[in-house]
Design a protein around this ligand. Structure first.
Ligand SMILES: [Zn+2]
Length: 160
């Protein structure tokens, strides 16, 4: 376990490029078209994830850890990825009209299912989770301004 302090604000560490286990569907080299579509979407969305509306980073997680009080570990899930609204497996293209920018977490949770949810379904699910104080760690939701206003924490048995 690594104890992340605030001291890495000024001294960026060389990235060790560890790959989280279990994520394999995004390791294929990104085509130029896809990369361009992602960048266009990232700009159009003002750098926010299509699903969870969290700020994302593109080149280095330092972009986020510098601006927000989150750890490198927490920032990992917020890497900007190209998300196919219509999955590739269903013939979705890499062109801009099929690509939005989504954080790694939102993207992976949708596509790791055998039959991915539709983008709309996933969007609803993510938003509902977030309004219940879930989806991302609470600290992340808080710094991103997504935490529900001061309500005493209570269980929400109705939530799936
Ligand atoms: Zn997201």
């Amino acid at each position: 376990m690594q104890n992340v302090s605030t001291s890495d604000r000024t001294t960026p560490m060389p990235a060790l490029s560890q790959k989280p286990p279990g994520i394999s569907n995004m390791e294929s080299p990104m085509s130029k078209t896809l990369n361009n579509s992602r960048q266009a979407a990232y700009r159009a969305q003002a750098g926010l994830c299509f699903y969870c509306r969290c700020a994302m980073w593109t080149r280095s997680s330092i972009e986020l850890t510098r601006s927000y009080d989150i750890t490198k570990q927490q920032a990992k899930r917020l890497q900007c990825t190209a998300e196919h609204l219509r999955p590739r497996s269903e013939g979705g293209s890499d062109l801009p009209d099929n690509i939005v920018a989504a954080c790694r977490h939102c993207n992976c949770t949708r596509h790791k299912r055998k039959i991915p949810r539709s983008a709309d379904e996933h969007l609803r699910r993510v938003r509902s989770r977030i309004s219940g104080g879930r989806w991302h760690p609470r600290e992340v939701l808080r710094v991103m301004g997504l935490q529900a206003p001061e309500v005493p924490q209570r269980d929400n048995p109705g939530e799936i």
